[in-house]
Design a protein around this ligand. Structure first.
Ligand code: SF4
Length: 144
């Protein structure tokens, strides 16, 4: 935070006599709320600005033809560069296979852990019991 004089909430006075808005990175959430700002994603703030720029009309913001404005791609409140990815059927199938392979690997690790604990090989239910029977008292809730 600078040592400049605050001339009104959120505004400091430069030695030149000009006023300058405070750096919001220097302000706490409480400071920002005192200036009537709410926590929100930048995309929502842009949307609010565009609606305000359009005379308070969401329809007019949608209709905006000022394509040269740097906010224009964001005026609907989302980043078009972060749009939900579209997957092909091949990509979905590959993801399914990766998930199944991971699940098999995880099952194998659990099975190996059960075998290491000793005499509870066999049913899946016994495997779960073996795991709990060998867990620490802090995790299982049992006294040592
Ligand atoms: S894109 Fe620019 S000109 Fe259009 S509504 Fe938003 S701020 Fe206003």
């Amino acid at each position: 935070m600078s040592n400049l004089k605050i001339v009104r909430p959120g505004v400091e006075l430069l030695p030149s006599g000009d006023e300058r808005g405070l750096d919001p990175r220097d302000l706490s959430p409480a400071d920002l709320e005192a200036l009537n700002h709410q926590a929100m994603p930048a995309s929502k703030a842009i949307r609010l600005h565009c609606v305000e720029c359009s005379g308070g009309s969401a329809v007019e913001a949608r209709m905006c033809v000022t394509v040269g404005c740097s906010l224009w791609p964001f005026r609907l409140g989302v980043s078009p560069w972060k749009a939900e990815r579209q997957f092909t059927e091949e990509q979905r199938e590959a993801a399914r296979e990766r998930g199944q392979a991971l699940a098999r690997k995880s099952d194998a690790r659990v099975g190996a852990a059960v075998n290491l604990t000793g005499n509870l090989e066999g049913s899946a239910g016994a495997g779960i019991s073996a795991s709990h029977a060998n867990s620490s008292p802090a995790i299982s809730g049992r006294a040592a």
